[in-house]
Each structure stands twice: as structure tokens, then as C-alpha cells.
Design a protein around this ligand. Sequence first.
Ligand code: ATP
Ligand code: MG
Length: 607
Amino acid sequence: MSNAPNEPVAATNFIRNLIDADLAAGKYAQRRWCGRPGVASEQLAGALDPAKIRTRFPPEPNGYLHYGHAKSICLNFGLARDYGGRCHLRFDDTNPEKEEQEYVDSIIDAVRWLGFAWENEGESNLYFASDYFDAMFACAETLIEAGHAYVDSQSADAMRAHRGTLKQAGKNSPFRARSSAENLDLFRRMRAGEFADGTHILRAKIDMASPNINLRDPAIYRIRHATHHNTGDTWCVYPMYTFAHPIEDALENVTHSICTLEFEDQRPFYDWLLARLAEGGLFQRPLPQQIEFSRLNLTYVVLSKRKLIQLVDEKHVAGWDDPRLPTLAGARRRGYAPEGFCLFAERIGVSKSDSLIDYALLEEAMREVLNESAPRRIAVLDPLKLIIDNYPAGQSETCFAPNHPLKPELGKRAMPFGGELWIEREDFMEVPSKGYRRLFPGNMARLRYGFVVKCTGCDKDADGNVVAVHCDYLPDSKSGSAGADNYKVKGNLHWVSVAAGYASEVRLYDRLFAYPAPGSWREDAPGTAGSPARDGEVNERNFIDDLNPDSVKVITAWLEPALRQASPEERFQFERHGYFVADRIDSKHGAPVFNRTVTLKDTQNKS
Ligand code: ATP
Ligand code: MG
């Protein structure tokens, strides 16, 4: 692979093509920027916008970010980086419910952890949409004054009944003909708190017969007597998302507003709204453009905040940063590398067609990044004692193992060797199976970075379980010595000195769900009623039923002494096993606890 993880190669895609064309045409070259979000009168007083493009990542702070968000972050921040632009981190916090500071903090952490920044040359593009409530209110007033919005006082039921269907046009509200003056008065009284929730609503005046239902006079402001995490009780009217979002983009001079496909049908309203507001003098042209791409769907996980909240609330996982959870906080604890997400995002690309990506692809990207960056260490996960009968009693010596086979400049570390070692239980067979090359009575194998040994037998307990393996070593076979090449052996085992190694907790994580599409219909699901979904129909089971009961196994492993010094979040390859990270929460100084990030090979994907 030529895509080195640290230098993302811009694979071209339809969004890049569009930006290339916009830049070639100089489409956004004359926009002005006063250094902060604002309406046209403020922006036009500024200099030419130094940013060639502006994108944004606009999470709603109502949950932790998941792997799907990583795709959006890599895309938006990546485009800004590659095109001399800026990417804003904007908290889309216009909804007074559900939003919490904890989520804001976790989102900031996650974006930074992925390696992106919103500060550029003195500009800090971190914004809260709720700071724009005044501007949004002014936009609504502008629409009302120009006859493009009206206060509807129908009941919710009546409004629904008048909306029509895909095949049938809607009907005009009896309040649609209110004068601008009356609308303005009512809207201001809505704001002043004179009315109860749901009694009036501000709607855009477009076309109740439009084939696009989103254009049938969509609601743009509602009454909601609720306390907002940022603005407190200042407001009792709140903008609808589809009204707020285009305005946020326009205030921030966003050029390319990239979102997921479910907003495609909203694009005509996005364009209608900004065009009306530009006519009203509120925004400079050219206006931001909305571009949709398909969201990330991954096998074996769920990528929806609602479902993730359920997993946390019902304690199916230990918390938002449980290493099994597909949140970025979980990924970090799991040992996934931020560069791995960027590499993965490059590889899967962006398109407009929905697809389900194999989880193995994400794991492969992580392996690739970690193979480059992670130092090697030795851990015995399923220990069995190996006794070297001819090794002088009380003696010990030092072997040297390279820290990274691809990077000799990282040097070697000392590994104490002695007469008793821990080896993996699977590296001995009393009666070898066909082709088995490791230890069995009479066979020779190499203790990696150490000596060649010849197996002589084993000890068993009363139940016949093997409790120790015996061998003799060949003193002139030490790795790196002149005699090392005299022995041609096929088996090559890792080991840890019983005297110098230490026991430590290691968590072996596996997939959180046992099935590729959690909660969807499948033939063999116990108690599944119904049949596979037909076109456009969802036939969902409870995704909780598809949890993998064995998604974590906690073991006590024997580790080489150098691992005691590992600092939290340090990642290693445990030779022959996979990549592991020192847990950032549970590790104590001098006593790190390790999480398995990913195995060396994809052993789970044999379907
Ligand atoms: P969820 O559906 O999980 O609740 P959301 O879309 O409501 O997610 P937001 O906080 O609104 O979450 O999302 C912020 C940005 O991340 C949006 O631009 C959204 O399109 C993008 N995004 C969310 N989920 C995905 C995904 N699975 N793949 C790609 N982008 C995503
Ligand atoms: Mg959302």
C-alpha cells in the first residue's frame, strides 16, 4: 500500500471534483469574512476570506461521537486541510432538550484526538449554534416581512391532515393569508411568552401542492418553554433544525455544507431559504451549498446515538468509553489509532450509494498503522511452565530482542532468561498433530531471541492435565551467537522468564455483536417473527438480542519486565498475539493493565 497512514493521499471523489470545479471557476473567491460569523452587513466590512473553502462538522451535543462521525470529521477537516480552507467545529445545539456539557467536552476531545484542529492563524472556529438565536430570529422576521412566512394557529392534528400525501397535494391553512403585520405581531408575542407550547407555529410560505413534502410550508419556529443549556430561559421559541442549519452555514461563510443522504430531500428548502434571506440582504452570495454523501454503516456494530445510549443506560457495556463500544472514546481506550480512522476513511471513500462496510476493513487499517508504529513486546496469555533441566541452577542471563523489526534504530531491549520460563499452552502437545512444529517430546524448537531447546517430556496432575514441560537447552545456540545457525528448527516460540516476568490483567476484546447486522431480520434468529424486509420496509428485531455474550474475556497473563514501564495509552504488538494498549483509565504507575486492540490476523471473518 502506498498510502502511508501519516500522509493521507487525497483519493478523488465526487465532492473533490465539485470543489475543484468551484475553485477553478473562482466561485467563492470574492466572499468577504470579518473574522467571525455574521450577516452580510458584517461580513462585507471584512477582507476577502483567506479560506479557499469553509466546511464544518456540526454535531448535536446529545451523545458521544461514534465511528460514523469519524468519517464525517476526516472528510470535512480533510477537505479544508487539502484545499487551503478551514473547517469549523459547530455544536448544533438549537434543541433545548437533551444537550449536556459532558457531551460537548467529549466531542471536543474526540475531534482533537483524531488529530484535527479548528484554530487557524488566529481564527478559532469553534461555534455554538445557540449563539445565533438572535440572528435566526431576525431571519424569521425578514421572511415574515417579505411575505415568506406566516404564523399558523391550527392544531397539530389539523396541520397533519392538511399536509397531504405523496400522491395528494396538501391544503392551505386557513391562517395562511394573515397579513405581514399580524404575523409579525403574533411572532413577537410568541417570543414574549404569551402563548403555550403548540398553540402557534411559524411556517415558511412556499407551496402546499409541492411534490416535495418538505416544501409544503415547513415549520420553522415553534414555541417551547424549556431551559436551554447555553441560553437558559432567554428564549421560549426555538428554530426547527431545517431552518437553523442553513442559516448557521451562511453566518459562518461555509461554502460546502456536507451532510448525510437523509437530508437530500431537504436541499430544496435549504436553497429556498437562503435565497430568500439573500434577497432580504442578510447574506452575501454565493450562498453555501449542501452536498450529501452516504453515511458509514459497519458490520457488527450499531452507529446510532439512540442505540448507543441504550447500550450505556441499560449497562450492556461499562460506559461511553467501553473499549467494545463503537464510540471514539471507546476506540481510544481500545487502542485504535487516530491515523487508522483516517486511513480507513480514505479507503472507503465517499459516495452517494448506501453500503455496509465490513468491520474487518477498519481492523485492517488499524493493523497497518500499528504495525508501523507499535514497539514489540512479549506476553504469554495462556501460561504453561517450561523447565530447562540442564540450565545451571540459580543462573540467569540476558537476551536481546529488537523493539521493532522494521526500525532497527529503535534498538533492542533486555529480556532476562532463566531455567524456568512461561510459554503458551498451545506451544506444547504431548502427542503432536500432523504438521505440528512446536514442542513435543523429542522435538527441537527455538525460544525466540534465546536458545534452541529439545523437549524431553511433561508433568501432569492427577487429572492428566499437563502442568509443566521439560526440555534441555543447547548452550551454543543462542540467537545472535556464532552457533545459532547450526540448528535448523521450524518451531519458534515466545516466552517470559518466571523469575523476572510479572503477572498482569489483560482484557481480550471481541466484537460487541455476534451478528453482522444487529437487530435486522435473519433466518436463524430464535423467536424471529415475520419475514425479511421487503422494499422500503423495515423489519427490525431487538438489536440487544444480538449482543455477543463473549465480547470480553479478562485474563491474567505473564508479561516481560519491560512492560511495567508502559505509560497509559502506549501501544504495543505482543508478538504472535496482536496489538495491545495500556489502559488509560485503569493502569497504575508501574502496573499497567492491557487491552487487546486487534489480533494480528483476521481470524473471525471466516463466514
Ligand atoms: P446519529 O444518527 O447517530 O444520532 P446524527 O447524524 O444525529 O447521528 P449528529 O450529531 O447530527 O449525529 O452528526 C454530526 C455530523 O456527523 C452530521 O453531519 C452527520 O451527517 C454526520 N454523521 C453522523 N453519523 C454518520 C455516519 N454514520 N456516517 C457519516 N457521517 C455521519
Ligand atoms: Mg442528528
